[in-house]
Ligand binder design. Structure first.
Ligand SMILES: [Fe+2]
Length: 743
């Protein structure tokens, strides 16, 4: 006990017969015992007060410690006083205690009512009759005062009481100092431990979220507070968001956003200066927010990087009135400083990781979109990848229509009932402006910029939009949106990524268009050859077109997707192309065919497949064409495939082909009534035909079948009749629309 230096009053200690003497000795002895045990300041204060109450037989006692910075006394511990007395600040020089602190001399008042100087200084909720207040010094330095009021016996304080309290006051001061020293050294150890833990967390944790969670635990433990929160400033530097916290009642506030300048944290974030409020309820209401009012005391410290605030650390107590000290401020400031640099490093790390992910996405987009020549598939891939990669809530890809001079939304995601506007004239809205200027745009917040017309009730959005340009030709634009309520607007790095991907998408769209044009030219050439063959045979004239209508209607009813429909259309139109190589004398022979002739006829699927062999992207078409004479039971040709081995498109074409053959006049027989033909199809379900296709076939109505049978010299796109029949398959309508454009 370095500071324990008893200075007993000799006169009191020598009066061996005085009961006060006995009490003083007993008290000093107890203090001596406590000195070896007490290392906790609070426990020391409590035990000391109990000792004073017992020794002096008083109703109440309080210990007020001096805060030399503010030159005031604070009631640090009390017994018998109202609860709200604790923490009360008394300026040095004011009242009894303030006067004792100022003069260094004790004050003994017999009847406070008769003492005009101090009669008004007592608290109204407690009636003080007599008072005794002595200074508490340690090696001539004033530490505070000890104040007692009203003897329980009803007697007034006497000289002995004064001597007694004065005798034990320095011992109590020494006790408090020792406990304080112990506590300070423990605090130092805790502080160093917290800084060490923080450094270790910064080294071992690579996720910002996890690091901040660890930080609030470290700070809470180091400062012994009830609640700690770390708020980060958003990218626009306007709003603080709680990124990590401890304390269950903070659940209510975890998602709230604190605008810079508002409330305690908002002001700390704005000014970059820390704040200590030990009684929040006493601060002006305009300086508080709901969040602040949940607490009793608050210490808030800014986190800065090179003078720039990046967030705020808050520690709070809600129940206990332990005031935050300058020591607390120093500790939290040190931790906040270390955290700030760690956060910056983690952000850089996350940014680098994001860039790597983006690089991988760019590569993936380019690879994927270039692997498909189907425009619709390309667009679907592009929008899906962009919405996912850039964390958009919604997105739309628009293609530029040269004829109308407008952007039209081709694919969109995230709109519950479709995009509110689907056509944008050049210059209209963000997308129209981007397309017109061919410059990308970033709208951080639609409610602020005014660049984006908001519909009534629409929530504010952040938007990025980039033009799609290939070979200096405007192809369209891509727009992505995020709701800003989550505090996560798009930033320039998001826009850069979108621009890169929009360029890749534009190239892919251009390629898909080019492929489509090439395909159409090639396809039309073959089709015209096929038509020329059919034209030679009055009996098969229009057969391929009719088979196409039936096939597409069946595929549409069976919910085939766009790609399958597209290949079935090609395969149905070309299914008999192989007959080009078969002599007309066999093809048009009215009588019974010889085995050899029959074998020649049966070679047409393989020959057709060979004709298309050199065209890679028609591989699926070729397979359907080759197997359109296979049977469900495996007894067909050329390969005797069975059941699911047969390509689905080929199974569909088989039904369509057979039905049209039966309902057409052939060189060897006249046309069957279509009801008879339909019965035949049903009879062969499960043997020649896939039962599922036959089921779909039974859905074809009389009106549709009659329309197909009567179809003469069609100029409409293949599949139009089917699209009219099957209205609930948008892919079919889309396919026919696309075909119409190329006619
Ligand atoms: Fe055929």
């Amino acid at each position: 006990m370095d500071n324990f230096s008893p200075e007993p009053n000799p006169s009191l200690l020598n009066s061996s017969n005085d009961p006060a003497h006995t009490r003083a000795l007993k008290a000093l002895s107890q203090i001596g015992l406590m000195a070896s045990e007490m290392t906790d300041l609070r426990k020391t204060l409590a035990a000391t007060l109990d000792l004073i109450l017992e020794t002096l037989e008083v109703e109440n006692a309080s210990i007020m410690l001096l805060d030399s910075e503010s030159n005031s006394l604070r009631i640090t511990a009390a017994r018998g006083l109202p609860d709200d007395a604790l923490g009360l600040v008394i300026p040095v020089g004011k009242g009894i205690a303030g006067t004792v602190a100022a003069t260094g001399s004790p004050i003994l008042i017999d009847d406070i009512e008769k003492n005009p100087e101090f009669s008004a200084s007592g608290r109204s909720s407690y009636r003080t009759k007599s008072a005794l207040c002595v200074p508490m010094r340690l090696k001539s330095t004033l530490m505070g005062v000890i104040s007692v009021n009203n003897k329980r016996t009803g007697e007034i304080f006497g000289e002995n009481d004064l001597q007694l309290l004065s005798a034990i006051a320095p011992q109590i001061g020494a006790l408090i100092e020792n406990a304080g020293l112990h506590e300070r050294s423990e605090r130092k150890v805790r502080e160093l431990g917290a800084l060490f833990d923080l450094a270790r967390a910064a080294e071992s944790i690579t996720s910002l979220e996890k690091f901040l969670d660890e930080c609030v635990q470290i700070i809470t433990s180091a400062t012994s507070v009830e609640t700690c929160s770390i708020m980060l400033l958003d990218t626009r530097g306007r709003v603080l968001r709680i990124a990590a916290y401890t304390g269950t009642y903070l659940d209510t506030f975890k998602d709230c956003l604190i605008p810079l300048g508002q409330g305690i944290s908002g002001k700390v974030g704005e000014t970059g200066e820390p704040s200590i409020l030990n009684d929040i309820s006493a601060s002006p209401a305009s300086d508080r927010q709901d969040l602040d009012s949940a607490f009793r005391s608050a210490l808030s410290v800014p986190m800065k990087i090179q003078g720039r605030v990046i967030g705020v650390v808050n520690v709070n107590n809600s129940l206990e009135k332990r005031p935050f000290s300058q020591d607390d401020l120093r500790l939290v400031t040190a931790l906040a400083s270390q955290m700030a640099s760690s956060i910056e490093k983690l952000r850089l790390y996350a940014s680098m990781e994001q860039k790597i992910r983006e690089l991988s996405t760019v590569n993936s987009v380019v690879t994927k979109v270039n692997s498909s020549i189907n425009l619709r598939t390309v667009l679907d891939m592009v929008i899906d990848l962009l919405v996912e990669t850039l964390g958009a809530d919604s997105g739309s890809l628009m293609l530029y229509n040269n004829d109308t001079g407008t952007l039209e939304i081709e694919v969109s995601r995230g709109f519950s009932s479709g995009p509110p506007i689907t056509t944008f004239p050049l210059g209209f809205g963000v997308a129209g402006s981007v397309a017109k200027t061919r410059k990308p745009a970033l709208v951080e917040d639609s409610s602020i910029s005014g660049a984006y017309a908001m519909a009534p009730g629409e929530r504010p959005l952040s938007m990025i939009c980039a033009p799609m340009v290939a070979k200096d030709k405007l192809l369209g634009a891509i727009c992505l949106e995020r709701e800003t309520s989550g505090g996560t607007s798009f930033d320039t790095s998001n826009l850069e990524l979108l621009v890169t991907l929009a360029n890749a998408a534009a190239t892919a769209v251009d390629n898909a268009n080019l492929y489509r044009d090439l395909l159409n030219i090639y396809f039309e050439t073959i089709q015209s050859l096929a038509a020329a063959i059919e034209a030679k045979d009055a009996y098969t004239h229009g057969h391929s077109r009719r088979v196409t209508e039936y096939s597409l209607a069946l595929a549409g009813i069976m919910d085939c997707d766009h790609n399958t429909l597209d290949t079935i259309r090609h395969a149905a139109l070309l299914h008999d192309i192989g007959k080009i190589g078969i002599n007309e004398s066999i093809l048009l022979k009215p009588g019974k065919l010889t085995d050899e002739e029959f074998s020649t006829i049966r070679s047409h699927p393989v020959m057709g497949s060979k004709i298309l062999e050199s065209i890679d992207f028609l591989a699926t078409v070729r397979a359907q064409l080759k197997h359109h004479h296979e049977r469900w039971d495996g007894r067909g040709y050329p390969d005797g495939l069975k059941g699911d081995q047969i390509p689905p498109g080929a199974r569909i074409i088989a039904v369509a082909d057979t039905f049209d053959a039966m309902t057409s006049t052939r060189s060897y027989r006249s046309a069957l009534d279509w009801n008879v033909a339909r019965d035949e199809i049903v009879r062969c379900s499960g043997s020649q035909f896939d039962p599922k296709v036959v089921d779909a076939f039974l859905s074809l109505g009389e009106e549709f079948i009659n329309a197909v049978i009567k179809m003469q010299n069609p100029t409409n796109p293949p599949g139009e009749l089917a699209a009219r029949l099957v209205t609930n398959n948008p892919d079919l309508a889309c396919l026919v629309d696309a075909a119409r454009e190329t006619i």
